[in-house]
Design a protein around this ligand. Structure first.
Ligand code: KG4
Ligand code: ZN
Length: 347
């Protein structure tokens, strides 16, 4: 499928889409949370430049992302990351076919920085401007440097979202199940905080879990829809467990982390497989920041022995980046090219 877009100044027609015979090069920006990113991607898969300036150090002192601070840091970094993307790729603005940016969901003040920078580039270079959904971008990270083709079932696990998505075609992503309360990353970060681990808690909890006994503590699975998730009960159970163990004396942090990780990763795999079996799809793909988790990756890749094809982006494309946004702009049919479009905070 191909789509027509018009440039904002001279109204030239630009054709994009995976069936277009010529190469299509898209530059994208992404500033939805705490990474300032710019990337240049050819034909939705070939990454010509990928630049990410992370703010983790800044937010660590506050124990989480402070939206106003994030927005200010994006402002300081955005022009630098765009310049760096051009110099990494060796391309000139005239080589770019379209400019894309994350529209939402995310922190509004943060989103505005990358979104407006992309609009400005679109006007300055007379290239179509494409507004991309952040979550769809995470799923499209699986196309980067791979040959993956739909259909597949994607598990999107990030700081703000947990969804099972059936990807029927390049254009169509359908949400089949999701969390009814906390996102997986959020649960990780909260439990990590209960255990006194530094922000960002998820990766630190993962490291600790790798040294612990996953069978030491058992947690009951939440009763929700057959494809949905709930993590707030598990979080409360963790709080109680930590409090009661603290009273008894020494806290076996590694075993607690491993048991929590076991509970989370096994329910994620179980429900993703349920969707794959229902729709008779034998390809699985992980997406989102939590897809960097060692145990989730292991459980999913172990499914290769059962005849599944399994994809998970390398770490640099799991966490927030702009290459996935450029890929989504290339593949998806429902991206807006309206220069008046606004950012949004929630899906
Ligand atoms: O996708 P992402 O970079 O940002 C959005 O939320 O959109 O995901 C960030 C989340 C954070 O909650 C972080 O703690 C979690 O991903 N995360 C992990 C791991 N690496 C990052 N959680 C568990 N294990 C990890 N290895
Ligand atoms: Zn994200």
């Amino acid at each position: 499928m191909t789509r027509d877009f018009t440039t904002p100044i001279t109204s030239q027609k630009i054709i994009l889409g995976h069936e277009k015979p010529e190469d299509v090069i898209i530059l994208a920006t992404e500033t939805s949370c705490d990474e300032t990113a710019c990337a240049i991607v050819k034909n939705g898969r070939e990454v010509l430049a990928n630049v990410v300036a992370t703010q983790i150090k800044t937010h660590r002192q506050f124990g989480g992302v402070v939206p106003e601070v994030a927005a200010r840091e994006h402002l300081e970094a955005i022009n630098l990351v765009i310049d760096e993307a051009f110099s990494q790729s060796g391309l000139l603005p005239s080589d770019i076919d379209a400019i894309a940016s994350t529209q939402g969901p995310g922190l509004v003040g943060a989103l505005l920085v990358g979104f407006n920078a992309a609009k400005a580039l679109s006007l300055a270079y007379d290239k179509p401007f494409l507004a991309v959904n952040h979550l769809k971008g995470h799923v499209c990270a699986n196309y980067l440097d791979t040959e993956l083709k739909p259909p597949f079932v994607a598990l999107l696990v990030s700081g703000g979202h947990t969804q099972i998505i059936r990807v029927d075609s390049y254009q169509k992503q359908e949400i089949i199940g999701e969390t009814i309360d906390d996102a997986v990353g959020e649960a990780y970060d909260k439990v990590a905080r209960l255990m006194g681990l530094e922000y960002p808690g998820g990766p630190n909890l993962d490291k600790l879990a790798q040294k612990g006994n996953p069978k030491r503590f058992k947690f009951t699975e939440a009763k929700v829809g057959e494809y949905d998730f709930s993590f707030s009960g598990l979080k409360t159970a963790m709080l109680r467990l930590i409090q009661s163990l603290e009273k008894e004396g020494e806290l076996p942090k590694e075993d607690i982390a491993a048991s929590f990780q076991e509970a989370v990763s096994s329910v994620l795999l179980k429900k993703t497989l349920r969707v794959a079996q229902k729709y008779d799809i034998k390809t699985l793909a992980l997406a989102g920041g939590v897809a960097a988790n060692s145990e989730i990756r292991k459980k999913f890749f172990d499914m290769k022995e059962q005849g599944y094809e399994v994809y998970a982006p390398p770490m640099k494309y799991c966490t927030d980046n702009a290459a996935m946004i450029a890929s989504a702009a290339y593949f998806l049919s429902n991206v807006s090219d309206d220069l008046d479009s606004e950012v949004f905070s929630r899906a």
